[in-house]
Design a protein around this ligand. Structure first.
Ligand code: NAG
Ligand code: NAG
Length: 401
């Protein structure tokens, strides 16, 4: 773990640098001031800041006053990457032992000797696999130290390793330079145990586009930070590359920001049910609404939309975004929308057709490939015992009153 440099107001003086002298020392001093500002909850401690600063949180416009930087956080861990070529920094911050846990990733871009753009991803309880204690535990055991000069990879090699990893989510033919060992820290969960047998080439989703990538690269530590859109979800993937191969992967995924204008939420056509009949939303307006292989997603659900009553029935379901019920499957079916999936469950509840009993809930996986391929299906459930967080998955459970 890196020690923190504590700074006092005014310690910087006229700390200005031109593009020509964007040194590691300059970048480190400024990145350290970000940590000091976050610790104090005082954005003014961040230095030097351009008058035309652009400040975004979770890829949406924010202000110092309303943003995370105004909240003092107990900093348990921080680590910087310094990119003197682009004049940019990336800082990973973990606050696990304060009153509310956070894991932050911040990219800062400098122009004319001052920070001109800040992109911060703020993750906390409820975000993808979030567990700051876990993040702190694993992150502080890893070695992201300086690589001897003769053994460093070029910027191009480091970026290519990151790109290959990001590309394989949508193209299984991509050759990723997997290192062995290699460990992935996703939210607070770890794919290995820190031992020599850890592997990163396990459980990679498919059919997900990782786009709009913004890189900060530090060859001295083989690190590349990539801020990207994970199917519309603000996401950070950071890699440590050693000898051209992936050694560590850290991810932050901001679930609460899903659908902030970047997702493909659409309004569902209404389904006109006759009383006493189950209405399946498979009339032509639904099927015509999307091209084959696409789906209509509605997450995050508008306020008050979590309870869904199947038209023509008294079956009420509670809908939950980014949630999976991994067990109790009665089968799997391609559907184009969550109401279609719930209607299927309603039919299998009112007219049981399985020895497993009535349908009590569903999970709908909608982004692991086109519907009906891979694992992108509606899964009616005969039991809904235990749920877990899962990207691009919506579940619903029958409310028994
Ligand atoms: C969070 O991570 C810690 C440390 O790895 C672990 O002990 C704990 O069980 C995790 N908590 C949850 C809810 O997974
Ligand atoms: C949803 O249903 C639950 C259980 O019946 C109820 O407690 C809750 O108030 C309902 N919410 C809305 C917004 O109707």
């Amino acid at each position: 773990m890196h020690s923190l440099v504590l700074l006092t107001v005014g310690a910087f003086g006229p700390l200005l640098a031109t593009a020509a002298d964007c040194t590691r020392e300059f970048l480190k001093t400024s990145a350290d001031s970000l940590v000091a500002a976050q610790k104090a909850g005082d954005p003014a401690l961040l230095q030097p800041v351009s008058s035309g600063l652009v400040y975004n949180e979770n890829f949406a416009a924010a202000t110092f006053k309303s943003g995370i930087l105004a909240t003092p956080l107990k900093i348990d861990h921080s680590r910087h990457s310094l990119d003197t070529t682009q004049c940019a920094t990336y800082t990973e911050l973990i606050s696990a032992t304060g009153s509310k846990p956070y894991v932050l990733g911040t990219q800062m871009y400098f122009k004319d000797g001052a920070v001109s753009r800040i992109e911060t991803l703020v993750t906390t309880t409820g975000d993808w696999l979030f567990n700051a204690t876990g993040t702190l535990n694993w992150a502080s055991k890893e070695d992201w130290g300086t690589i001897p000069e003769g053994k460093r990879d070029s910027r191009a090699v480091i970026q290519a390793a990151a790109d290959a990893y990001c590309d394989i989510f949508s193209d299984k033919s991509v050759k990723v330079p997997w290192g062995y060992p290699c460990s992935r820290l996703e939210g607070g969960s770890y794919t290995g145990n820190g031992g020599p047998n850890d592997k990163c080439d396990v459980g990679i989703p498919s059919g997900v586009a990782l786009v709009d990538r913004h890189y900060v690269i530090d060859e001295t530590v083989g690190a590349v930070s990539v801020f990207l859109s994970f199917s519309g979800i603000p996401d950070s993937h950071e890699f440590r590359v050693e000898n051209g191969k992936l050694r560590f992967v850290h991810t932050l995924t901001v679930m609460s920001a899903r659908g902030n204008g970047k997702g493909k939420a659409t309004t569902l056509p209404t389904c006109s049910a006759e009383a006493g009949k189950i209405c399946f939303a498979t009339d032509k307006s639904t099927t015509n609404a999307v091209a084959l292989g696409e789906v209509i997603t509605e997450c995050p659900l508008p306020n008050g939309a979590a309870n869904y009553t199947v038209p023509g029935t008294n079956l009420k379901f509670r809908r939950m975004c980014e949630t999976d019920y991994p067990s109790g499957d009665m089968g799997k079916f391609p559907v184009l929308s969550m109401p279609d999936c719930i209607h299927l469950c309603a039919q299998l509840n009112l007219y049981p057709a399985s020895a497993e009993g009535r349908c009590l809930g569903v999970s709908w996986v909608y982004a692991d490939g086109p519907q009906g391929t891979g694992i992108s299906f509606c899964y009616p459930k005969s039991s809904v015992a235990k749920s877990q967080a899962r990207v691009a998955t919506e579940s619903a459970v029958l409310i028994l009153e």
